[in-house]
Design a protein around this ligand. Structure first.
Ligand code: BTN
Length: 273
C-alpha cells in the first residue's frame, strides 16, 4: 500500500505532544498528521509494514473511508471528530488491546471533560442517560486490526474515533449517536483530549506489557456496568443469543446467561432489550 507523505503537525498538537512525552511514551514519539486520508488505520498499517516503530501515531482531521466494526463505515467529516490510530508491536493479543482502547478512551473523556461515559461491550463508548441501558448513545468507538505473518502476530493497529461535534455522524444515526459538544453544550478541544487518550493508553499498555492483564480487566469491568445484569440480544454472526449479561471472562469474551446455560460471546453486536 502507498503511504501518503505526512503534513507538518499543527503547532498546538506538536507542542502538546512534546510537553506530554513522559506521560504518553512510547506513543507520540512519531506522529504522522494528515488533513485528509482514507483511513488512519490503513495509513498506520502501511507504515507498520514499512517498519514504523511501536507507538507510532497517525492523526487525521478527516477520513474519506473511515471504517467501523463489523464492516460499517465510520463517518469522519473534517474537524468534527478525533480520528487516530496507533501501532502496537508487542504481541499482545488484539482483544486485550481493544479492551485497553475502550478503557483509555472512556477514562480520557472523563478526565478531559468530566462526562461520565461508560463502555458497552466490547468497546463502544456510550453516554449514560436516564431511561436505562437502551437509552444510551454512542460517542466513540475503537477498531483493532491485527496483521499476522508466518511468525505469528506482526502488529496491531488500534483505531480510535471520538465524535467531537454533531456533524460527526449522519442525522439518520441521531437517535443512537451523540457527540461531546452535544452532551456538554460546549466545544471540546481535540488536542488535550488526544493527549489524555494516549496517556491513559500508555499506562494500560505498560500493564499489559508487564503481563498484568487483570489491571485492564478490572478497569474495564468498573467502566462497563451493562456487562452485568442487562437483558440483551447478541447478534454473533452464528445466530442470536438472548439472555442476561454475566460479566466478561478473563479473555474478554462477554458472558451471557441464557435458558440453556452461559454462552461466551467473542464477536458481534449487543442490543439492549
Ligand atoms: C466502531 O465501529 O465502533 C469503531 C470505529 C473506529 C473508528 C476509527 S476512526 C480512526 C480509525 N480509522 C478508521 O478507519 N477507523 C478507526
Amino acid at each position: 500500500m502507498n503511504v501518503p507523505t505526512p503534513e507538518p503537525l499543527p503547532v498546538d498538537l506538536e507542542k502538546a505532544i512534546r510537553n506530554a512525552d513522559a506521560r504518553i511514551a512510547p506513543f507520540g514519539r512519531a506522529v504522522h498528521y494528515f488533513h485528509e486520508v482514507g483511513s488512519t488505520n490503513d495509513v498506520a498499517a502501511g507504515l507498520a509494514d514499512r517498519g514504523a516503530p511501536e507507538g507510532t501515531v497517525v492523526v487525521a482531521a478527516s477520513q474519506t473511508a473511515g471504517r467501523g466494526r463489523l464492516g460499517r463505515n465510520w463517518y469522519s467529516p473534517a474537524d468534527a471528530g478525533l480520528y487516530v490510530s496507533v501501532i502496537c508491536r508487542n504481541r499482545i493479543a488484539a482483544p486485550f488491546l481493544t479492551l485497553s482502547g475502550g478503557v483509555a478512551v472512556a477514562a480520557a473523556i472523563r478526565t478531559a471533560t468530566g462526562l461520565p461515559v461508560e463502555i458497552k461491550w466490547p468497546n463502544d463508548i456510550v453516554v449514560s442517560a436516564a431511561g436505562g441501558f437502551g437509552a444510551r448513545r454512542k460517542l466513540a468507538g475503537i477498531l483493532a486490526e491485527a496483521c499476522t505473518g508466518p511468525d505469528g502476530l506482526q502488529f496491531v493497529v488500534l483505531g480510535i474515533g471520538i465524535n467531537l461535534r454533531p456533524a460527526a455522524y449522519p442525522p439518520a444515526l441521531a437517535a443512537r449517536a451523540t457527540s461531546l459538544e452535544a452532551e456538554l453544550g460546549r466545544a471540546v478541544d481535540a488536542v488535550p483530549l488526544l493527549i489524555e487518550v494516549l496517556a491513559a493508553f500508555a499506562e494500560l499498555f505498560a500493564s499489559l506489557t508487564a503481563g498484568k492483564q487483570e489491571v485492564v480487566l478490572d478497569r474495564w469491568r468498573a467502566l462497563a456496568p451493562s456487562a452485568r445484569g442487562a437483558r440483551v440480544r447478541c447478534d454473533t454472526g452464528q445466530g442470536a443469543v438472548t439472555g442476561i449479561t454475566a460479566g466478561i471472562a478473563d479473555d474478554g469474551a462477554l458472558l451471557v446467561r441464557t435458558d440453556g446455560g452461559t454462552e461466551r460471546i467473542v464477536a458481534g453486536e449487543v442490543h439492549w432489550r
